[in-house]
Write a protein that binds this ligand. Structure first.
Ligand SMILES: Cc1ncc(COP(=O)(O)O)c(C=O)c1O
Length: 459
């Protein structure tokens, strides 16, 4: 990489002196990029170098970087009405229109929406709302939330407690009480549970993984469990795509035991899997959906929850001490909602969901050409989210010792070739913008292939 200029070094010095970063880690920040502009699927850093953005910001910039149109919408809305609250007694047109629009796009049974500023706040709202719902129905003990290993739901206290990535916990213990985790439907690494020790057990991985939920509900007592929370496809964990029989069985189990489903669609909503929302492909609907990221393509912060009609009714009919006392100053922020509406217009006008599905097929076909490498354990994808898991031994699926830092070394090699993303350990993630050009998708795969060979040798 080129030697940074004096000015660039000064910016980085100021960064280190004053900015605390998300997941702050000084050693990981040693060769940080200061991004200064972007266009389509390309990010530019302060040295003027261009990088293919293989993860669309953080999975969110689906319409691509540099859409001046969204800035103009924000400016118009700011000039007219920059802020007004949506506390009871107040509303504003962009928030109303966005909620109405979402009711058309979302699952048929979900017609009411509350807005947050991001994904963790959305999950907080969902977790509180399932507790509220059961309390209103007379089941005040139904408070527990069952999540999954490797699930990621954000880092506020309840969202962190629902998150099943244990490295997020230790320095912030104790977690909120009432959260537990079961194994996720990770076909590549799923271990048959003890309950399936019997060799005559013919259940599939999807069925066994779903049945772990039923075992947990029965163990805890259904009268203490409020909800199951899960990402339709686990994103941060390294694009873990569940088998097709997983979610329908989860729905059946939850219905059987009066447990609600919170679908965390912070990554999957608004097209990432090739559909507006992800669970429809498996023929089920959640009780609450949480979203963020792609609703504004990251141009301004916005998230939220959609609740089904029976939960909406519980909220609507609550009075006095039973009222739904949940609120954010920035809920229904007029500028953010106006930008979201314009962003959804772009997605529709340019057919970006169909484009994401098509690009996803191309990305997958190209990634499959890497699968023959002796250290590519698995290539997996759904829609325009994909991952390549690198392993020490393909037969045993053994991971590399963490001290070998294979993932970071591959990441470093891809950056030298002009591509940027986020990894989970030795799992390389792709979640590019929906406007990425075909030749850019092909180049991304080429860069990863070359980088794997640089670090791990040629097949
Ligand atoms: C599935 C999922 N849920 C929740 C979050 C948290 O969202 P935020 O960072 O906006 O709080 C993320 C962030 O990546 C996510 O991927």
């Amino acid at each position: 990489m080129s030697t940074p200029t004096e000015e660039a070094c000064e910016v980085l010095r100021a960064d280190r002196a004053h900015l605390i970063h998300s997941l702050h880690n000084v050693s990981l920040h040693a060769s940080a990029h200061v991004w200064t502009s972007g266009s389509g699927a390309v990010l530019v850093d302060q040295s003027g170098r261009e990088f293919l953005d293989a993860i669309a910001g953080l999975w969110n910039v689906v319409v691509g970087h540099g859409r001046a149109e969204l800035g103009e919408v924000a400016m118009r809305q700011m000039s007219q009405l920059a802020y007004a609250s949506t506390y009871a007694g107040s509303s504003n047109p962009p928030a109303i229109q966005l909620a109405e629009r979402l009711a058309e796009l979302c699952y048929p049974s979900i017609n009411r929406f509350f807005f947050s500023s991001g994904g963790a706040e959305a999950n907080e709202a969902a977790i509180k709302t399932v507790r509220f719902y059961w309390r209103r129905r007379g089941y005040a003990d139904k408070v527990k939330i069952i999540g999954r290993h490797w699930g990621y739901h954000g880092t506020t206290l309840a969202a962190m407690s629902a998150t099943g990535m244990a490295n997020y916990w230790p320095m912030f213990e104790p977690r909120a009480p009432g959260f537990l985790h079961i194994a996720d439907p990770y076909p590549y690494r799923f271990e048959r549970p003890e309950s399936a020790a019997n060799n005559n057990d013919e259940r599939t991985v999807g069925q066994m993984a779903a049945d772990l939920l039923e075992e947990a509900i029965l163990r805890e007592g259904a009268d203490t469990v409020a909800a199951f929370i899960g990402e339709p496809v686990q994103g941060a964990a390294g694009v873990i795509v569940p088998p097709d029989d997983y979610w329908p069985r989860v729905r059946e189990i939850c219905d059987r035991h009066n447990v609600l489903i919170i679908a965390d669609e912070v990554i999957t909503a608004f097209g990432r899997t090739g559909d507006w929302f992800a669970l429809g492909r498996w023929g089920i609907e959640p009780d609450i959906v949480t979203f963020a990221k792609a609703i504004t393509s990251g141009y301004v912060p916005l998230g939220g929850i959609g609740v089904n009609d029976r939960i909406a009714e519980a909220i609507d009919t609550a009075e006095g001490e039973e009222a739904w006392m949940h609120a954010y100053t920035y809920s229904g922020h007029p500028v953010c909602c106006a930008v979201a509406l314009a962003n959804l217009d772009i997605i529709e006008r340019e057919g970006l969901i169909e484009r994401a599905a098509g690009l996803g097929r191309r990305l997958r076909a190209q990634l499959d050409t890497l699968a023959a490498h002796p250290h590519v354990g698995e290539v997996r994808s759904l829609g325009l989210m994909a991952a390549v898991e690198l392993v020490a031994d393909k037969t045993s699926r053994a991971e590399f010792p963490p001290e070998e830092k294979i993932g970071p070394r591959v990441h470093e090699a891809t950056q030298r070739r002009g591509m940027f993303t986020r990894l989970r350990g030795d799992v390389y993630n792709f979640g590019p913008c929906f406007v990425t050009e075909e030749r850019q998708i092909d180049r991304m795969v080429e860069i990863l292939g070359e980088s794997i060979e640089e670090v791990l040798g040629s097949p």
